[in-house]
Ligand binder design. Sequence first.
Ligand code: CA
Length: 392
Amino acid sequence: MRSVALLSLFPALLAGPAAAAGFSDCVEALRNASLRAGVSRAIVAQALAINAPDEKVLRLSQVQPEFKFAIWDYLAFLVDERRVGDGRAMMARYDRVLRAAEQRFGVDRHVIAAVWGVESDYGRDAGDNFLPHALATLACAGGGRTRFWRSELMAALTLVQRGDLRLDKLYGSWAGAFGQTQFMPTTYQRLAIDFDGDGRRDLVNSVADSLGSTANFLRRAGWRPGEPWMLEVRVPQGYAGPTGRRNKASLAAWARRGVVRADGRPLTGNAQAGLLLPAGPRGPGFLVFRNFDAIYAYNTAESYGIAISHLADRLAGHPRLHTPWPTDDPGLSRDEQRRLQELLAAKGYDVGKIDGKIGQQTRAAIAEAEKRLGWPPTGRPGQKIYRALGGR
Ligand code: CA
């Protein structure tokens, strides 16, 4: 049973029968639009047998993220040693297809693999929301962007109609991205390719189609074959010069501003790059090239671009970041996050499901544990609370 506090997040559900009728009418309109778009009655009937919003999708779409990740937390679990190790194993296993994608599209295979690793943990975790219901919920009860969600739904059903995908395999994130490399349906329509040659574009089941399509996406987003994507650098103490992905200058110009490689070696060359200092001038600096912008197009967050770029470097055998993050409380890997949940649960805190994913319940438990230690309650899963509870 849902608590009152949680219900207050769902004005649509509290509105009662009128809202329910509104939802049914809206879904009926979606059914008709799908038929007009050429989707068969059988597919439409199966896909849109829904008479109330998907509550999990509503909850995820309406709860404002009150917690912002520090960049070092974000990288700690996205580029943890398990993802690096798994990635190297998967790159060996799919070497032929990765090299074929690299050859055809010119995109570095380590970057293709890094996107796969971050988006779905190399195909292991591509989301468990039934996409037609998620998209119908967002279109009819999402509180905005109705046309956007509606066109994504039409695109998804059209892919099923064309035989690219099976309806019963159409599961993904609550916000509509799906498959091993998490394409939105309209992006899938435009850019997915059949890379294993079976006549279908199947980013759910085919690793080859997924990796080929990701390479195609990055190439179309402006990837330049043979050029770098990111380089860790150091800036002079107290640096207050230009920064920003778009503020590009030649490596020679950065060298004149006192920027050097992270290991102290000088910058050389004429490639154009912008400077990112995600934790200020005392933390790691990154020169990001045109190819970083192609990665950014995949998911428009600089922290995402840094995670993909660094994971790609690690998969290629490069070391961890040279400069430490300016914090005395670094973030946790996924294994450490799960262990933290176990340690909290063993001490009687309610963390919800022990799944290695830090949600609101785990944060509340962390805050309680911090209070009991006499610390300010932050709810943040970091090394300090992890060690205080016995993690190692
Ligand atoms: Ca295929």
